[in-house]
Design a protein around this ligand. Structure first.
Ligand code: KIV
Length: 265
C-alpha cells in the first residue's frame, strides 16, 4: 500500500516500520520507477531537477509548467512511495492566494500527496497555514535553501554561528507549529541537525546534515553518479555516467565499423 503523510509522521513516534526514512528524488517516469522499486519511502520531485535534468545553473529559472510536466511523469512511475513536489521559485512568494493556487495545481494536475517549500520566515509560515487550512500537506525545508543561493552567496553550509543556529532551530519549530508534517534540514552542522531532530515531534529529513536526522535524502542523479558534479556530503553508489558514455561510444564505433547491426537475425 502506498505510503501516506500520516505514516511518515507516525514513523517518528514509533520507529516503525523503518528506523529511518529513505528519500530520493525523481524527475521523470524512469527515475521514478527506479527509486520506487528500490524501496524509497518518499519520492521527491525536487526543484533540483532544474539543474539535474534541464541544464539550468540554479533552481531559480524552473517554471511551474516545467515542474508540472516532470511531476506528472514521476506520478506515472511511482506506485508505493509518498510523492512530494517542490514549489518552484517565484510561484508562491508573491501572495498566499498565489501559493494556494500553485500548490492546488500541483495536487490537482500531478497526483502529488504533499508539496515542499523553502524557508522558515514569517511569510513562509503564513503560506503553510493557508495551505494546511485547505488540507494540503506541506514539507518544510530550512538550512541551505537553494532558492536563496544569491542571498547566501553560494551553496554553502548554514548554521555555523550560534545566532544562525538559533534562527534555523526557531524556523524549524515554527514550521512544525504551522502544520508541516516533516522538514528537510540541508547542509547544516550535524550537532545542530541532531538538536533540531530532538526538539521536533515531526520527522527531520537530512541532506548534508549528519546522522542525527529521522531520515536522509539525496538527489538520485548524484547517488547514481549521473551528475557531472556532486556536493561534498553526497555518497556516490554507482558510476552510471561513465558506464553510459562507454556504452554509447561502443554503439557509435560499431555503427561506423559495420559491426552493428550485423546480419539480419
Ligand atoms: O530539490 C531537491 O532535490 C531538494 C532536495 C535536495 C532536498 O530540495
Amino acid at each position: 500500500m502506498a505510503v501516506t503523510v500520516q505514516q511518515v509522521f507516525q514513523w517518528k513516534q514509533t520507529g516503525q516500520p523503518t528506523p529511518a526514512i529513505a528519500v530520493l528524488t525523481a524527475w521523470d517516469t524512469m527515475s521514478a520507477h527506479i527509486v520506487d522499486q528500490a524501496g524509497a519511502d518518499i519520492v521527491l520531485v525536487g526543484d533540483s531537477l532544474a539543474m539535474v535534468a534541464l541544464g539550468y545553473e540554479t533552481t531559480l529559472p524552473l517554471t511551474l509548467e516545467e515542474m508540472l510536466s516532470s511531476a506528472r511523469a514521476v506520478r506515472r512511475g511511482v506506485k508505493n512511495a509518498l510523492m512530494v513536489v517542490d514549489l518552484p521559485f517565484l510561484t508562491y512568494q508573491i501572495s498566499v492566494e498565489e501559493a494556494v493556487r500553485t500548490a492546488g495545481r500541483i495536487f490537482k494536475e500531478t497526483g502529488a500527496q504533499a508539496v515542499k517549500l523553502e524557508g522558515g520566515h514569517s511569510g513562509v509560515i503564513d503560506i503553510i497555514r493557508h495551505l494546511r487550512q485547505w488540507d494540503m500537506p506541506v514539507m518544510g525545508h530550512v538550512g541551505l535553501t537553494p532558492q536563496s543561493v544569491n542571498q547566501l552567496g553560494g551553496f554553502r553550509q548554514q548554521g555555523k554561528s550560534p545566532a544562525e543556529a538559533d534562527r534555523i532551530l526557531a524556523e524549524a519549530l515554527a514550521l512544525q507549529e504551522a502544520g508541516a508534517f516533516a522538514v528537510v534540514l540541508e547542509h547544516i552542522p550535524a550537532s545542530l541537525a541532531e538538536a533540531i531532530s530532538t526538539a521536533l515531534a515531526i520527522p527531520t529529513i537530512g541532506i548534508g546534515a549528519g546522522p542525527g536526522c529521522d531520515g536522509q535524502v539525496l538527489v538520485t542523479a548524484d547517488v547514481l553518479g549521473l551528475s557531472t558534479w556532486q556536493p561534498p556530503f553526497v555518497r556516490v553508489y554507482a558510476q552510471l555516467r561513465e558506464t553510459a558514455i562507454a556504452a554509447a561510444q561502443q554503439f557509435c564505433d560499431q555503427v561506423r565499423t559495420g559491426e552493428f547491426p550485423g546480419a539480419n537475425p
